[in-house]
Design a protein around this ligand. Sequence first.
Ligand code: AMP
Ligand code: MG
Length: 539
Amino acid sequence: MPVTFDNTFLRDLPGDPEISARRRQVLGACWSRVEPTPVAAPTLLAHAPEVAELVGFTDADVTSDWFPRVFGGNALLPGMQPYAACYGGHQFGTWAGQLGDGRAITLGEVVTPAGARWELQLKGAGPTPYSRTADGRAVLRSSIREFLCSEAMHHLGVPTTRALSLVGTGEPVVRDMLYDGNAREEPGAIVCRVAPSFLRFGNFEILAARDDRVLLEQLVDFAIRRDYPHLHDAHPVREDASDAVRAEAAQERRAAFFREVCERSARMVVEWMRVGFVHGVMNTDNMSILGLTIDYGPYGWLEEFDPNWTPNTTDAAGRRYRYGQQPAIVQWNLVRFAQALQPVFTAPEALEAGLDAFLSTYDAAYEGMMAAKFGLAREGGVDDHAQTLMREGFGLLFDTHADFTRFFRALGDLPAVLPADASPRTLLGDVFYGEAVDAHTDRLGLWLRRWHAAVSATGEGPTARRARMHAVNPKYVLRNWLAQEAIDLAEQGDASRVHELLDLVRRPYDEQPGRERFDANRPDWARHKPGCSMLSCSS
Ligand code: AMP
Ligand code: MG
């Protein structure tokens, strides 16, 4: 068997003495041992070769008969010790108490010969103590969405958990997709997701909520040691150091830890804004301490630009997790995280400094990113004229119902000289939805010419500009309707589109001749179709 496991989470932190999936409150423990529940007919529907290689699986491993059995939950590799983690969380702004891995089961932590650590986690592998009233399973449609989007985000350059495999279970799962009383049987599936750590803010919040200061301290120091080893090493203490010296080093490490979580979370959400990704359920149990995008549920991609858009119908009333509010929500979640950590900090200033670092990191990164998208990034910052152009540009994107992804790509493709009489539609192509643009032709035309003059003023030619802009403005994103087409086919037993989309999203910034249909505005059929514009938490 190819890989080596080193299950530090189980070894270094206390666990629940009961081994069973009986639903319960788990106190004084970070995890519960629980085995995946075997499925009828595990079949490998897709896998990501890059992730297999990262973890240390060869092609022969992937095609072997044990692979679908292991990643479908029917067998374990030597060294695997499955468990579910205990965590809580703030859901839609309200403390929800104990949540935990209700349908995720970690198999173990792989350590590669190069020293990398990868936690392997099945999603949909059956009930755990944290499943509450639900079944611990996942449907094929949501598993395809998680599998493809994890890899799409990675290749876009967005920090994310990865996906190793997509296994069909051969068993039906009953779901009421839109919570409207129309429950139906759907095919079940299991994704194996992969990350250095699946620790979330919620793992810490639950301990703080229960006043378990001792375990909270243990978990914080564990997270630093395992997931932030550079911070651990940066504050060494000698063997014979006094308790006071040790305590001081621990405080310094914790301060650096919180600060780095804040900075990474800021950079993550800036990347979401860049590619037009809307997570949909940014509850604190879905916030990774590594600043990774985690838990792909009712996420979506901006089509016509609208900062108020959210794909999640469960959030339709308040739109808490809409595109434009994502940075503020990350900040809100970090404040919850800070509150949870407070008992193990002697000085609140360290937590405040971390939150300040969120803001400064975010502000600088967001401005630089948006200027890069518009091709207006310059050494020494973004000047007032560029700021004005960007602000007006967003107003026009909104008013003209422009496709977020395709608009920026088209902007990058504009030639060295704009033909004097060319209309915006001629210049940019079919990047608009409906006829709204026609009411703004003059305004958009003027803006395009001012923008063009600004980007041309540096003397940079169109080839260099195109390359620079195309490097931050993807051509291919996992549009909601593209994923849905792949799902519809897969539900008929044909996974070929899943494979094709996986291949497509591997090179999102490249022109891919022959794949023009994947670079298109949302077709009319997808406008109100569930899965394309309407997604719920039912998965
Ligand atoms: P999510 O909204 O997917 O982040 O899930 C919130 C909580 O509900 C987590 O504790 C999940 O593990 C749990 N959960 C979601 N779906 C299921 C399911 N089908 N079975 C058991 N637990 C679930
Ligand atoms: Mg979750």
